[in-house]
Design a protein around this ligand. Structure first.
Ligand SMILES: *[C@@H]1O[C@H](CO)[C@@H](O)[C@H](O)[C@H]1NC(C)=O
Ligand SMILES: *[C@@H]1O[C@H](CO)[C@@H](O)[C@H](O)[C@H]1NC(C)=O
Ligand SMILES: *[C@@H]1O[C@H](CO)[C@@H](O)[C@H](O)[C@H]1NC(C)=O
Ligand SMILES: *[C@@H]1O[C@H](CO)[C@@H](O)[C@H](O)[C@H]1NC(C)=O
Ligand SMILES: *[C@@H]1O[C@H](CO)[C@@H](O)[C@H](O)[C@H]1NC(C)=O
Ligand SMILES: *[C@@H]1O[C@H](CO)[C@@H](O)[C@H](O)[C@H]1NC(C)=O
Ligand SMILES: *[C@@H]1O[C@H](CO)[C@@H](O)[C@H](O)[C@H]1NC(C)=O
Ligand SMILES: *[C@@H]1O[C@H](CO)[C@@H](O)[C@H](O)[C@H]1NC(C)=O
Length: 763
C-alpha cells in the first residue's frame, strides 16, 4: 500500500519524502520488509486471526447448503401501549443473513408486502422513531476548531445517547445491533489486549455508556495502556510505537484514542486524561503535524494527490484525535492539525470518487476509504456543526452508494484488483451515513440487513424514521461509464441469492493507486447462489516490487494475480495488456425495475448488455471488442469476443467449480456447491475447444523478482480456449441449470457482430 503513482496527476512530491524516487516518480518503500515493526509482527496477526474466524465460520458452513441464521423478526415484547407504527415495524423485522456465502448476504423472504416494501423514504414527522433535534446551537460561521461545549463531541453527542434507549425499544434494527455490539464487546473482553484496537475500544466505550458498569472503563484503560506501550506486552520503538512508516496504523490508533477520550470523558480522572493526551500527541498527532509541516523525516506521501483510502483514513484518524482533545491540548498540535486535515481531505480523499460514483481504487478499498471519509465528516458535523465541504466538494460523492450496491452481487463483490486487509475489518456502514446526508434512503435500506451493519457508528448514523424497501423500483442494471473506470452491472433480481449476475469492466489500467490488475474485459458471474467466474484477489503486499508503479515495466505485473493471464479475459501472445489502454464502452438495458415484491421474475424481453472496445489494451490486435449480454429473460449469458489478432489468442476464466469437458471439447459442465452450470462454445473457428488447467503462471512468462513466488490458487481451475492468430467471433454461452427449466427451454443465440448488438438483436 505504501506506494503511489505520482505521474497520473502530476503532483510533485517533496524531495524530502524518503520514499520518493525521483527517476520514476513513484513512492516506494526502499525495502518494504524492513519497516515491519514488532507491533506489526504480533499485533496484526492477532487481529487477522479474529477476523479470519468470521470467514472460516462462513466457509465451514458452506458444506451444509444454504443455511441461515435465525431471524428475530417477531413482535414479541412490544408493550401494549406501543404505537401501531412500532408494531408494524417489528412485525416486518430484520431479514436473516446467509452463513454460507463469503459475504454472508441477506436472505430476503419470499413475500409480497406492498405496504412495508414501499418507496424508500425518510418520514421525519414519525416521532416514535425520530432523533431529537441537537440542543446545541453552533455559530452561524462554523470553524473546525470551534467545538460544542458538551461531551461527547464525536459522532455521538449526549442528546443522542439519551434518546437511544427508547429508539432501541421501537426499532428492530437498533435493537439487533445493540445486542450484537454487546455480544462483540463481551467476546473481546475475554481476549488479551491489542487484538482489535479500534473495534474493541469503541465497543467497550459504547457498552460502558449503555450500562454505567465501570468494568468496561477499566478494560478500555487496559487497552490504552497497552497501545501506549505501558501494558504487559511492550512493542515498537520508544518514539514510534504507532508505526508511522505505515501511517494508517498511526491514524487508526489516533481515532481510537480520540473516541475513548471523548466518549468516556466524564469518567476519566484528570490524570488519565493527561496520559491519554500525552500518548496521543507523542505517537499520533505530533507525527501527523510533522507530516503537514514538511518534516523530511516524516512519512507523508499520502497527503498530496492521493485520491484513495490512505488519505481518507490518515486525515480521518488525525481529525478524530485532534477534535477529541481540542481545548485540553496544551501542545497546540490539535488546533494546528485541524488547520490542515480538513482542506487536505477535501482536495484528496473526497476526489477518490469518480464522476460516476466509482471508488478510484477497487470495490474492496471503497470500504476503507468511505469509512474514513464518513467518520471524519460525521465527527466534524457533531463536534463543530459542519462538514466544511467534505460531503459536497465532489458533487458526485452521493453516487458512491450506487457504486457499492451495484458492485455487490448476489453472493459477493465484483472484487477486481487488490482487496486490502480482509473486509471484515471494516464495514459498509458509510452507506447508512450517506443515506441521511444525501437524502438517499435506499442506501441505508440496502445496508441495514447486511451482516456488517452492527457497529456503534450505525447506532448513531441510522435514521429510524426510514421506511420502504431498497429494491422497490430499483433498476436491475447500472452502467458506470466514466472513462477511468467503465464497468457494467447486470442482474436478474435484487432479492434472490440465486439470481444471475454479471459484472464486467473496461477502464484505464493506471490511476488506481497501484491497486488494479491488467484486467480490461475481466468479468465475474454469479448464479444459483454461487460464483462461477471469480477473482483471485491480492498478491502478497510485501512481495518485491508489488507496489513499484503502474508502468508497463513494473514488477507488479510479473505476479500471476496481477497479470492479464490471471484475469477472466483474453490473453494475446501470452502478453500483459498495455497499461496505456483507454477502452470505450457502449451499453443498453431494457430498464427493468424490480417492484415492491421480493418475488421477481424478469419478462422474456428483459435484457441488458455491455460492449467494450478493448483494442487499445493489446499490443498485437488490429481490432477487439468484448460484449456480454443476458438472453432468455435474464436466464442465460452470452459472452462474445470479436477479435482480429496478430498473435495467439487465449480465452481464460478462473473458477472454483469442478470442470468436466465433453468429448467434442465444445461444451463444459461446471459443478459447485451442488449446482450445475453448462458452458458451450456456440460460435468459433473449427477446432476451438475448451481446456482446463491450474491457476499458475504460464511457461515462458518473464521470471519473478529473485526469491519471490506467486500466491498459490489451489482450488481454482482455469477454463481456456486457445486459438492461433486470426480474425474470429468467439461466442461462449453460460447456461445455469435452473430448477424446473428443461433443455428445450434454453435458447441458442444467433451470431450477431458486437457492433450490431441491440436490445432486440437476439430475439
Ligand atoms: C442492549 O443490549 C444488551 C444486551 O443484549 C441489553 O442488555 C440492553 O438492555 C440493550 N439496551 C437497550 C437499551 O435495550
Ligand atoms: C460480532 O458478533 C456477531 C454476532 O455474534 C458476529 O457474527 C460477528 O462476527 C462479531 N463481529 C466481530 C468483529 O467479532
Ligand atoms: C448512567 O448514568 C447516567 C448519569 O448518571 C444516567 O443518566 C443513566 O441513566 C445511567 N444509565 C444506566 C443504564 O444506568
Ligand atoms: C505511558 O508511560 C509513559 C512513561 O511512564 C507516560 O508518560 C505516559 O503517560 C503513559 N501513557 C499512558 C496512556 O498511560
Ligand atoms: C445525487 O445528487 C444529485 C444532485 O443533487 C441528484 O440529482 C441525484 O439524484 C443524487 N443521486 C442519488 C443517487 O442520490
Ligand atoms: C482518480 O481520481 C482523480 C481525481 O478525481 C482523477 O484525476 C483520476 O483520473 C482518477 N483516476 C481514474 C482512473 O479515473
Ligand atoms: C473461490 O472462492 C473463494 C472463497 O469464496 C473466493 O474468495 C474466490 O474469489 C473464488 N475464486 C474464484 C476464481 O471464483
Ligand atoms: C506484438 O507486440 C509486440 C510489442 O509491441 C511486438 O514487439 C511484436 O512484434 C508483436 N508481435 C506480432 C506477432 O505482431
Amino acid at each position: 500500500m505504501a506506494s503511489y503513482n505520482a505521474i497520473d496527476n502530476g503532483s510533485p512530491y517533496g524531495s524530502g519524502d524518503p520514499y520518493y524516487n525521483a527517476s520514476t516518480g513513484y513512492i516506494t518503500p526502499t525495502n518494504p520488509k524492513k519497516p515491519l515493526s514488532k507491533w506489526i509482527k504480533f499485533g496484526i496477526p492477532v487481529a487477522v486471526l479474529v477476523i479470519a474466524g468470521a470467514v472460516v465460520a462462513g466457509v465451514v458452513a458452506s458444506h451444509h447448503g444454504h443455511s441461515s441464521s435465525p431471524s428475530s423478526s417477531s413482535s414479541s415484547g412490544s408493550p401494549a401501549a406501543a404505537s401501531s407504527a412500532v408494531s408494524a415495524k417489528n412485525a416486518v423485522g430484520i431479514f436473516p443473513t446467509a452463513t454460507d456465502s463469503e459475504f454472508m448476504v441477506p436472505i430476503y423472504p419470499s413475500t409480497t408486502n406492498a405496504a412495508a416494501y414501499s418507496t424508500p423514504t425518510f418520514n421525519p414527522s414519525n416521532v416514535a422513531f425520530a432523533w431529537p433535534k441537537d440542543p446545541f446551537t453552533f455559530s452561524s460561521n462554523p470553524s473546525p476548531t470551534a467545538v460544542r461545549t458538551d461531551r461527547p463531541r464525536l459522532i455521538a453527542p449526549k442528546y443522542k445517547w439519551d434518546a437511544l434507549p427508547s429508539l432501541i425499544a421501537n426499532d428492530p434494527y437498533l435493537k439487533r445491533w445493540n445486542e450484537t455490539i454487546f455480544g462483540n464487546a463481551t467476546a473481546y473482553f475475554s481476549l488479551p489486549p491489542v487484538a482489535y484496537h479500534l473495534d474493541g475500544l469503541v465497543a467497550f466505550a459504547y457498552v460502558y455508556r449503555m450500562t454505567n458498569d465501570t468494568k468496561w472503563v477499566d478494560r478500555t484503560w487496559a487497552e490504552i495502556q497497552n497501545a501506549a506501550g505501558n501494558g504487559t506486552t511492550s512493542f515498537g520503538p520508544t518514539n514510534d510505537k504507532w508505526n508511522t512508516i505505515h501511517f494508517l496504523d498511526t491514524a487508526e490508533f489516533s481515532a481510537a484514542f480520540g473516541i475513548a477520550y471523548d466518549w468516556l470523558y466524564d469518567i476519566w480522572s484528570d490524570e488519565q486524561k493527561s496520559q491519554i493526551r500525552f500518548t496521543l500527541n507523542l505517537y499520533g498527532l505530533g507525527p501527523g503535524l510533522s507530516v503537514y509541516q514538511g518534516d523530511p523525516s516524516s512519512v507523508g506521501w499520502w497527503r498530496n494527490g492521493i485520491y484513495g483510502n490512505w488519505n481518507c483514513v490518515c486525515n480521518g484518524g488525525l481529525t478524530l484525535g485532534a477534535l477529541a482533545i481540542l481545548g485540553d491540548d496544551t501542545t497546540g498540535n490539535a488546533e494546528a492539525l485541524l488547520g490542515f486535515t480538513v482542506d487536505n481531505a477535501k482536495q484528496n480523499c473526497a476526489l477518490a470518487v469518480t464522476n460516476d460514483g466509482t471508488w478510484n481504487e477497487t470495490a474492496n478499498y471503497w470500504y476503507f476509504g468511505t469509512t474514513g471519509h464518513a467518520e471524519m465528516s460525521s465527527s466534524l458535523i457533531t463536534a463543530a456543526g459542519s462538514d466544511f465541504g467534505l460531503l459536497t466538494t465532489n458533487s458526485n460523492l452521493n453516487l458512491t452508494g450506487l457504486y457499492h450496491m451495484y458492485a455487490f452481487g448476489p453472493t459477493s463483490l465484483f472484487n477486481y484488483g487488490d482487496h486490502g486487509p480482509n473486509k471484515f475489518s471494516t464495514t459498509a456502514n458509510s452507506m447508512i451515513f450517506y443515506a441521511s446526508q444525501y437524502n438517499a434512503p435506499r442506501y441505508a435500506l440496502f445496508q441495514r440487513d447486511q451482516a456488517d451493519a452492527a457497529e456503534p457508528w450505525s447506532m448513531f448514523w441510522y435514521d429510524p424514521t426510514i421506511s420502504g424497501a431498497f429494491w422497490n423500483d430499483a433498476p436491475l442494471d447500472h452502467f458506470f461509464d466514466y472513462a477511468g473506470d467503465q464497468w457494467g452491472s447486470m442482474r436478474s433480481s435484487w432479492t434472490d441469492i440465486n439470481a444471475l449476475y454479471v459484472a464486467i469492466k473496461g477502464g484505464t489500467l493506471q490511476g488506481h493507486q497501484a491497486h488494479g490488475d491488467l484486467d480490461c474485459g475481466d468479468f465475474v458471474l454469479d448464479a444459483l447462489g454461487t460464483r462461477w467466474a471469480g477473482e483471485l484477489g491480492s498478491g502478497d503486499y510485501l512481495s518485491t516490487g508489488y507496489f513499484e508503479s503502474e508502468l508497463q515495466s513494473s514488477s507488479r505485473w510479473l505476479y500471476y494475480r496481477k497479470r492479464t493471464e490471471g484475469q477472466n479475459t483474453i490473453l494475446v501472445n501470452q502478453q500483459n495488456q498495455d497499461v496505456t489502454a483507454h477502452p470505450t464502452m457502449t451499453h443498453d438495458s431494457s430498464g427493468t425495475l424490480q417492484g415492491s415484491s421480493t418475488v421477481f421474475k424478469a419478462s422474456s424481453d428483459s435484457t441488458a448488455f455491455s460492449v467494450f472496445d478493448l483494442a487499445s489494451a493489446y499490443f498485437n490486435v488490429t481490432s477487439f471488442s468484448r460484449g456480454v449480454r443476458f438472453l432468455n429473460g435474464r436466464q442465460q449469458v452470452l459472452l462474445q469476443d470479436d477479435i482480429n489478432a496478430q498473435g495467439s489468442v487465449m480465452w481464460r476464466m478462473h473458477t472454483n467449480a469442478t470442470v468436466s469437458i465433453d468429448q467434442s471439447g465444445t461444451s463444459a459442465t461446471l459443478t459447485l456447491d451442488s449446482q450445475t452450470l453448462k458452458m458451450e462454445i456456440v460460435n468459433a473457428p473449427s477446432g476451438a475447444q475448451f481446456a482446463k488447467g491450474e491457476a499458475v503462471r504460464l511457461s515462458g512468462d518473464p521470471p519473478l523478482p529473485s526469491g519471490q513466488s506467486d500466491q498459490p490458487n489451489p482450488d481454482v481451475t482455469v477454463l481456456s480456449i486457445s486459438l492461433p492468430a486470426g480474425q474470429y467471433s468467439l461466442q461462449v454461452l453460460f447456461n445455469p441449470q435452473w430448477p424446473g427449466l428443461g433443455a428445450s427451454d434454453y435458447v441458442t443465440p444467433k451470431s450477431v457482430p458486437l457492433g450490431s448488438w441491440s436490445l432486440t438483436s437476439h430475439n
